[in-house]
Ligand binder design. Structure first.
Ligand SMILES: *Cc1c(COP(=O)(O)O)cnc(C)c1O
Length: 230
């Protein structure tokens, strides 16, 4: 089932990219494996999927030990500063940096480890009080604070927009994130301003996110099925 789903998703990414005039190679699929067992991740790996997203540090650490170096993991959950050390060890990218204190903690651990880490700045694009992410109006200020932290490479922006039953209603939020990224790109804030990452789009709305410029789509349910409630 997972290999079948993966084929369908890849096909959809491809056709959507071509339809809107984008190079499909600029869009990466993150298989969101939170709450799914290592056996499912291994099925996806056998089908050629090597990039995964995890939301919980301990769960990801456990999986990483079992799986080894074959796959890469992005952290896409809420990160507490006191988990920075483990996070800095496990992940290829942390997509949810949204405050200075967390960035400082990560940078400090990375210095000790002697490595750099790709990060995204998470933006609370719908300005929802219960959600993580820097408010759009504060994003530039936060990035200015992060730039001197030399072990972090700011690759782009990530968002989890407000939920709508109709995914078309999510489109304006994806557009807002892209416009914000373009403004910041013009000011040369990113590590590589020729390749700015936009992580947006999930199972229900990833084709719309691709139309609006996503370079990373995070897909769980459409690939692995429904998760058990926590
Ligand atoms: C769980 C999760 C996803 C995947 O959501 P699906 O609707 O299952 O595709 C994507 N992004 C984040 C941040 C998540 O927590």
């Amino acid at each position: 089932m997972i290999d079948r789903n993966l084929l369908d998703i890849r096909e959809k990414i491809l056709t959507t990219a071509i339809k809107c005039g984008r190079d499909p190679a600029t869009i990466r699929l993150i298989a969101v494996s939170k709450k799914f067992p290592v056996a499912d991740i291994e099925k996806a790996i056998r089908a050629g999927q090597l990039l995964f997203g995890e939301n919980y540090i301990q769960e990801a650490a456990q999986k990483k030990t079992e799986i080894g170096e074959t796959a890469s993991f992005h952290f896409i959950g809420h990160l507490q500063s006191n988990k920075a050390k483990l996070a800095a060890q496990i992940f290829q990218m942390i997509e949810t940096v949204d405050r200075f204190k967390l960035a400082v903690a990560l940078d400090k651990e990375l210095k000790i480890l002697g490595k750099t880490l790709d990060i995204l700045v998470q933006v609370n694009i719908g300005q929802e009080p219960q959600k993580s992410g820097v408010l759009p109006k504060n994003a530039e200020q936060l990035i200015q604070q992060l730039i001197p932290l030399s072990n972090l490479k700011i690759r782009g922006l990530m968002t989890i927009p407000p939920y709508h039953d109709n995914p078309e209603h999510t489109r304006p939020h994806f557009q807002s994130l892209r416009i914000l990224a373009e403004e910041l790109q013009r000011k040369d804030y990113f590590y590589d301003n020729n390749h700015v990452e936009l992580s947006m789009g999930m199972s229900s709305d990833y084709t719309i996110a691709i139309e609006e410029g996503a370079t990373l789509v995070r897909i769980g349910t459409a690939l692995f099925g429904h998760r058990q409630a926590k």
